[in-house]
Design a protein around this ligand. Structure first.
Ligand code: PGA
Length: 251
């Protein structure tokens, strides 16, 4: 049995005061980590203040990292630095970063290797654009993306990895993939992992769905066998909604 994982992706939202208000509001309302992993991935400036107040039932993640430990990379933050302030997760390859900040499968692969090396748990985002789905090429697209992104990772690493299947057309648009489409595509990714590794690895890896997940659709998504959780943008910004979303994963 895979433990569900619900992760909030705050993107470039929340000042320090807003982040503190959130964490105080969710404290003691989240279920035990024995049943679900709940994670908030915030922007860099509030990571440390969240880590200091997180409590046992909430883990903290970043939304990006550089693949070098240090160097002349103005404006970047390394995985090693995140680890040094006790961050535990990092989102890698979000479609907004792929589209707006020139992330490629090659840099994403390097980041995954580095995240494991320094002891962070990566949440790798993959997913297709609307044209790809309309052209019936989703499997081809994901096959290529997953193969390139995972290149060279060991079976043990992939078992620890979290993959978020996020169709680009469903992010922030209010259009969710139907639970059946989300389940089928997450199932396809699991089969890909089996092909690249083996059945044991495919059964261990946790695959989330992301894209307009909210309190009104989480129950149906979580009822599907191949969906092990969700990566949630907009709806994770409200403390009450986040608590509801995490609780939905343990029903
Ligand atoms: P959304 O974002 O829930 O606001 O659609 C999801 C994401 O980008 O991870």
């Amino acid at each position: 049995m895979r433990k569900p994982i619900i992760a909030g992706n705050w993107k470039m939202f929340k000042t320090r005061d807003e982040a503190l208000q959130f964490i105080l509001a969710v404290a003691n309302k989240l279920p035990s980590k024995a049943y679900v992993d709940s994670v908030i991935c915030s922007q860099f400036t509030v990571l440390r203040c969240l880590v200091q107040r997180q409590g046992e039932n909430l883990r903290i993640g970043a939304q990006n990292m550089h693949f070098e430990d240090s160097g002349a990379f103005t404006g970047e933050v390394s995985g090693l630095m995140l680890k040094s302030i006790e961050v535990e997760y990092v989102i890698i390859g979000h479609s907004e970063r792929r589209a707006m900040f020139n992330e490629t499968d090659e840099t994403i692969n390097k980041k995954l290797h580095k995240a494991f090396e320094v002891g962070l748990t990566p949440i790798l985002c993959v997913g297709e654009a609307l044209e790809t789905r309309e052209a019936n090429k989703v499997e081809e697209w994901l096959e290529n993306q997953v193969t390139l992104d995972l290149a060279g990772l060991t079976k043990e690493q992939v078992k620890e990895l979290v993959i978020a299947y996020e169709p680009i057309w469903a992010i922030g648009t209010g259009k969710t993939a139907t639970a059946d489409v989300a389940d089928e595509t997450c199932g396809f990714i699991r089969k890909m992992v089996e092909k690249l590794y083996d059945k044991e690895t495919a059964e261990a890896i946790r695959i989330q769905y992301g894209g307009s997940v909210k309190t009104s659709n989480i129950d149906e998504l979580m009822s599907k066998p191949n969906i092990d959780g969700a990566l949630i943008g907009g709806a994770s910004l409200k403390a009450d909604d986040f608590v509801t979303l995490v609780n939905a994963a343990v029903k």
